[in-house]
Design a protein around this ligand. Structure first.
Ligand code: NDP
Length: 396
C-alpha cells in the first residue's frame, strides 16, 4: 500500500493519475499537484467519475525546492512521480533527497536555454541517492522507458548479443488540426529540430535535422510509413548498457503536413529558444508558439488511428544470426474511452504508473539513479500486458 505524489497535470499526468487510481491495491493514496490547481481538480473529478476514488490536489511551483519540500513534508508520500516538464527534474530530485522519498520521471533534464538531451546532470545525483538509500528511476515513459525495457528483455531472453538496434516510433494517428504536437509542444519541437545523432562503432555520428529517412512497413494494418532519424535520449544509456552493440539509431514518423508547418515555423524564427525583444519585453518565440498551439491534453476526443513503437534488434543467438522485432500497438480512441486521453499521453502515462508500481511493490529496488534497462524486465513486461500496453515479439 503506497502513498504517492504525482506532479504535473498535463496530458501525461492525467493518464498517470487514472492508471494509479485503477490499482488501489498498490496506490492506496494519491495526490496530484501542479502549477495550475484547477487542472488537478478537473482530473480528480474525472477520476472520481470513472473509478469512484478521491484524489487529493494541491498547487505547487516545481521550480521552487522549498515549496516542493513543504508539500512533500505535509503529504508524506513514499515516492514522487515527476510528470511535469524536464526543466523541473533537478529541483524535484533535490526535494526528494531533502525529504527522503523515492523519485521517478519520464524525460531527462534539459536546461531551458539549451536543447541538450543528456543524462549527465541526473547521473551526477548517483552518489547522493545511493547515500540517502533512495531510488531514482529515470525515463519511465514509452521512449525512453518501455523501449529500454524491451531491449533488456531481448538481451535476457532472445539474443546472446545485440549488434544493431533500431528504435522505431510511429504515430499513425490523425487529430484533424493543421498543426499540433501530441505532447508538450515546446519539448516536442526542441527535440525534433535538434541535430540528428546515432551511435556506430563506439562513436556518435551527427546528421542535419531530419535529413535521413527510411520506409518501414508497420504491423496491424498501419502499413509503410516514412521514418526520420533523430537523436533520442534513451540511446545514451542503452549504448552503455547493451553489450556488443555496434550501431544504435532512433527513428520517428512525421507526416508531410507536420514537416511543412515545422519548416515554415523554423524559417520565420518561431522555434527559437533564446530571448528576443518584442515591444520592450523579452519573449522566447517557442514559448509564445506554445501558447498558440492546441493543448496536447485536448487532442483525445479528436485523434483517430494507432501508434506503433518498438525495437528492431539484430544479433546472435546460440551462434546463429537472429533478428527480433518487439513492439506495442496502441489505438488512440481506445485510450480515449478508457482514460479520456490520446495514445501518446497514454503510452507515456501507463509505464510511469508501472515504474512506480515496480518500486512500491519492491519488484524493482536499489539505491541510486537507474535507467530502465538496468532492472529486471520480466515483472515490468508482465505488467504492460495487464495494464493496457500488450506487446508482441516477431522473429524476422
Ligand atoms: P504538458 O505540457 O501537457 O503538461 C506538463 C504539466 O506540468 C502541466 O500541467 C504544467 O502546468 C506542469 N508544470 C510545468 N511547469 C511546472 C512547474 N514549474 N511547477 C508545477 N507544474 C509545472 O506536458 P505532457 O503531459 O505532454 O508531458 C509531460 C512530461 O512527459 C514531459 O516531461 C514530457 O517530455 C514527457 N514525455 C515523455 C515521453 C516518453 O515516452 N518518455 C513521451 C511524451 C512526453 P500548467 O498546466 O500550469 O502549464
Amino acid at each position: 500500500m503506497a502513498r504517492v505524489l504525482i506532479i504535473g497535470a498535463g496530458g501525461v499526468g492525467g493518464v498517470v493519475v487514472h492508471k494509479c487510481a485503477q490499482v488501489p491495491s498498490v496506490f492506496s493514496e494519491i495526490m496530484l499537484a501542479s502549477r495550475t490547481k484547477s487542472k488537478c481538480d478537473a482530473i480528480a473529478a474525472d477520476v472520481k467519475a470513472r473509478t469512484g476514488r478521491t484524489i487529493e490536489t494541491a498547487q505547487v511551483d516545481a521550480d521552487n525546492v522549498p515549496e516542493l519540500v513543504a508539500l512533500i513534508r505535509a503529504y508524506k508520500p513514499d515516492m514522487v512521480l515527476n510528470i511535469a516538464l524536464p526543466y523541473q527534474d533537478l529541483t524535484i530530485m533535490d526535494a526528494c533527497l531533502e525529504t527522503g522519498v523515492h523519485y521517478l520521471d519520464t524525460a531527462n533534464y534539459e536546461p531551458l536555454d539549451e536543447a541538450k538531451f543528456e543524462y549527465k546532470w541526473q547521473w551526477a545525483y548517483q552518489e547522493r541517492f545511493e547515500k540517502a538509500g533512495l531510488m531514482a528511476l529515470l525515463g519511465s515513459g514509452f521512449d525512453p522507458g518501455v523501449t529500454n525495457v524491451f531491449c533488456a528483455y531481448v538481451m535476457k531472453h532472445l539474443l546472446d548479443e545485440v549488434h544493431v538496434l533500431d528504435i522505431i516510433d510511429c504515430n499513425a494517428g490523425d487529430h484533424g488540426h493543421p498543426f499540433a504536437t501530441n505532447f508538450n509542444p515546446e519539448i516536442n519541437i526542441r527535440e525534433v529540430t535538434a541535430r540528428g545523432r546515432y551511435w556506430e562503432r563506439g562513436e556518435w555520428v551527427e546528421t542535419d535535422p531530419l535529413s535521413w529517412s527510411m520506409n518501414y512497413d508497420f504491423p496491424d494494418g498501419i502499413g509503410p510509413k516514412k521514418c526520420f532519424l533523430m537523436y533520442h535520449e534513451e540511446l545514451e544509456s542503452l549504448v552503455q548498457n547493451l553489450k556488443g552493440l555496434k550501431r544504435a539509431r532512433f527513428w520517428m514518423t512525421f507526416s508531410d503536413n507536420y514537416l511543412n508547418h515545422l519548416k515554415v515555423l523554423e524559417n520565420v524564427g518561431m522555434t527559437r529558444i533564446d530571448e528576443v525583444e518584442h515591444d520592450g519585453k523579452k519573449i522566447v518565440p517557442i514559448q509564445f508558439l506554445r501558447a498558440l498551439l492546441p493543448d496536447p491534453a485536448s487532442l483525445g476526443p479528436r485523434t483517430k488511428g494507432k501508434t506503433c513503437i518498438g525495437c528492431l534488434m539484430q544479433g546472435v543467438k546460440d551462434g546463429k544470426p537472429k533478428t527480433v522485432y518487439i513492439y506495442n500497438v496502441c489505438d488512440h480512441q481506445e485510450c480515449y474511452r478508457e482514460v479520456g486521453s490520446q495514445a501518446i499521453s497514454y503510452t507515456t502515462g501507463v509505464p510511469a504508473m508501472i515504474g512506480a508500481m515496480m518500486m512500491m511493490t519492491g519488484k524493482w529496488s536499489g539505491k541510486g539513479v537507474y535507467n530502465m534497462e538496468q532492472l529486471d524486465p520480466d515483472p515490468f513486461m508482465d505488467a504492460l500486458n495487464k495494464h493496457g500496453l500488450p506487446w508482441v515479439v516477431v522473429e524476422k
